[in-house]
Design a protein around this ligand. Structure first.
Ligand SMILES: [Cu+2]
Length: 117
C-alpha cells in the first residue's frame, strides 16, 4: 500500500515536470523574437527592404550628423520618431503586412518592412 502511494506520487510529480517543461518550451517559442538593426548613413537606410516576423524588433540608428525622422503612416504600424545624430530607437512590429517606412525630413530615404506571420 505504502509502496503504491509512493509510486503514484512519483508518477504525478513526473507528469507535473513534463507539463512544466512543455509550458516553458511554449512560452519560449512564443517569445523568440529577433532583433535587427538598420542604420541611417549618408541619408540612406542601410537596407531598402527587410523581411521580419510578427513580434520582431528593428533598432533604427542615426549614424549621420543630421537629424532623421523615422516615419510610417501604415495603419496599425505607425512610427513617428525624430532622431538626433547618434540616437537609436527600437520599434517592435506587431502587425503582419507591408510597412512603408521613410524619413519625413529626407523623402528619398525609404524602407519597406515585410512583416510575416
Ligand atoms: Cu532623414
Amino acid at each position: 500500500m505504502g509502496l503504491y502511494r509512493t509510486s503514484s506520487l512519483t508518477r504525478l510529480r513526473a507528469a507535473g515536470r513534463v507539463l512544466m517543461t512543455l509550458g516553458v518550451v511554449l512560452v519560449h517559442a512564443h517569445s523568440a523574437a529577433a532583433d535587427f538593426t538598420i542604420n541611417q548613413k549618408n541619408k540612406v537606410f542601410s537596407v531598402r527592404q527587410i523581411t521580419i516576423k510578427v513580434g520582431d524588433r528593428i533598432t533604427f540608428v542615426n549614424d549621420d550628423s543630421v537629424n532623421h525622422h523615422v516615419f510610417s503612416a501604415t495603419q496599425g504600424s505607425e512610427i513617428d520618431i525624430v532622431q538626433r545624430p547618434g540616437r537609436s530607437d527600437t520599434v517592435r512590429f506587431s502587425q503582419p503586412g507591408t510597412v512603408d517606412v521613410e524619413c519625413a525630413i529626407h523623402p528619398d530615404m525609404t524602407l519597406e518592412v515585410q512583416v510575416r506571420r
